[in-house]
Design a protein around this ligand. Structure first.
Ligand code: HEM
Length: 241
């Protein structure tokens, strides 16, 4: 029986999607403002999130509902590790920690993985369909803004074992529609997907504060250099008038 889960997920998260697109960090990123330090922090947070998600998916892969959407070619942990080496060097593991919003997200994934594994579908959908959809644009923006060469630091956006992202997305949607669950679980998955979007927004919002800090620093350093130049200008005025 077709449960129309793909369509329901898309329609049921439209509002959350536009809210996520409007978080300052995401908007700045789209506008080409990418601060390398904030970006590597985002990747570090994503590393913890995908590690949790992929661990729970592996643990539950024989569970009927999860079997349907078990596609290891989507998994991002290994590609994130490659990027983290690029941004933090080989001792990256000792240099990163999950932010507090990331920890809440990770805890949620582990908790549903243990208590209600079918809800992992919501988390897989939110991240992987998003990565497949906006990934190529975001990769281009990151490359240009941080002046990266070839695939340096952008492995996260590359799905080596997927030839055609759109075809894959279509296949994923068909798989979602055939997950063997009832209406009540469908509704729970839609609610969980909205939670997943919200958790992502919280992670982005924490990175906003880094951008705000940078802006304040830039502003204060500009003001102080302006004041210094003004002082010189005033002194010049005193001498030459
Ligand atoms: C940077 C801002 C974003 C832009 C410009 C963007 C853009 C898009 C676009 C154009 C699609 C439609 C693709 C298609 O029709 O096949 C899409 C789909 C999607 N995006 Fe985003 N997105 C953004 C942020 C996010 C975020 C933050 C998330 C969640 C973490 C997300 C999750 C999704 C999901 C799950 C889909 C699949 C919808 C579906 O077909 O069911 N997106 N996105």
């Amino acid at each position: 029986m077709n449960i129309n889960l793909a369509k329901k997920l898309r329609e049921g998260t439209t509002k959350s999607h536009s809210m996520a697109e409007n978080v300052n960090f995401v908007k700045s990123f789209l506008g080409g403002v990418v601060d390398k330090k904030s970006y590597r922090k985002l990747l570090a947070n994503l590393y913890f999130i995908y590690s949790a998600l992929e661990e729970e998916i592996e643990n539950n892969k024989d569970y009927k509902a999860i079997q349907m959407i078990y596609f290891p070619q989507l998994h991002r942990k290994a590609s994130l590790e490659e990027d983290l080496i690029y941004y933090y060097d080989h001792d990256w593991k000792s240099k990163i920690a999950a932010s507090s919003a990331t920890q809440v997200y990770v805890n949620r994934i582990h908790s549903i993985g243990r208590s209600q594994p079918e809800l992992l579908i919501a988390h897989a959908y939110t991240r992987y369909m998003g990565d497949l959809s906006g990934g190529q644009i975001l990769k281009k923006i990151a490359k240009r803004a941080m002046q990266l060469e070839e695939n340096q630091g952008t492995n996260f956006y590359i799905f080596k074992s997927i030839d055609d992202d759109n075809k894959f997305k279509q296949m994923y949607r068909t798989a979602l529609d055939n997950v063997p669950i009832g209406k009540e679980t469908v509704d729970q998955i839609i609610s969980e997907a909205n939670i997943a979007f919200h958790l992502n927004m919280k992670v982005f919002q924490e990175l906003n504060s880094n951008i705000i800090k940078i802006m304040v620093m830039l502003l204060t350093s500009n003001i102080s250099s302006f004041l210094k130049s003004k002082t010189v200008f005033d002194i010049n005025l005193i001498f030459y008038t």
